[in-house]
Design a protein around this ligand. Structure first.
Ligand SMILES: Nc1ncnc2c1ncn2[C@@H]1O[C@H](COP(=O)(O)OP(=O)(O)OP(=O)(O)O)[C@@H](O)[C@H]1O
Ligand SMILES: [Mg+2]
Length: 138
């Protein structure tokens, strides 16, 4: 388990550390209260992975994909998951076999669909400072 403390000046370095750990088959489940900075951190991880596109918070879509030179990266925000969408229909398990995934509000999954994952718990330390606890769950 490691702790990473960062602010908006050091977030790119923090994102790089996390990006190194991402790999298909090991989804990054990013926990943290509303406004903790999950989407902001995700944007930086996606850039650290070499995606040229800017990630925008998926306001109307639950899932967005980005391309690196070699991989597809999915940003999944389950906050807006409602009755219309069912977890099974998102096909996360299948995508996870081939693609990298960063999942906000993973508690909405409701049940365990990933047997192993990288768990991130983001918390607010002060106005600009955040702490991420990172652990690999197998
Ligand atoms: N060190 C930091 N890391 C990330 N965000 C920060 C940091 N310091 C300040 N912020 C600010 O905190 C806010 C976090 O918003 P963001 O949308 O990323 O949070 P979120 O966890 O995705 O929220 P939600 O639960 O609504 O999805 C942004 O306005 C961002 O600029
Ligand atoms: Mg968000």
């Amino acid at each position: 388990m490691i702790d990473i403390i960062f602010n908006l000046n050091s977030i790119a370095d923090a994102a790089k550390q996390i990006a190194f750990k991402l790999t298909p088959g090991l989804p990054f489940l990013l926990y943290g209260e509303m406004g903790a900075g999950k989407t902001t951190l995700t944007k930086h991880i996606v850039s650290a992975l070499g995606c040229v596109e800017q990630v925008t918070s998926p306001t109307f879509t639950i899932m967005q994909s980005y391309l690196t030179n070699t991989d597809t990266v999915w940003h999944v925000d389950l906050y807006r998951l409602d009755d219309v969408y069912h977890i099974d229909e998102l096909g996360l398990d299948e995508l996870n076999r081939h693609d990298m995934m960063i999942i906000e509000w993973p508690e909405r999954l409701g049940y365990k669909i990933f047997s192993q994952y990288l768990k991130g718990t983001l918390s607010i330390q002060s106005d600009s400072s955040r702490k991420l606890i990172l652990e690999t769950i197998i």
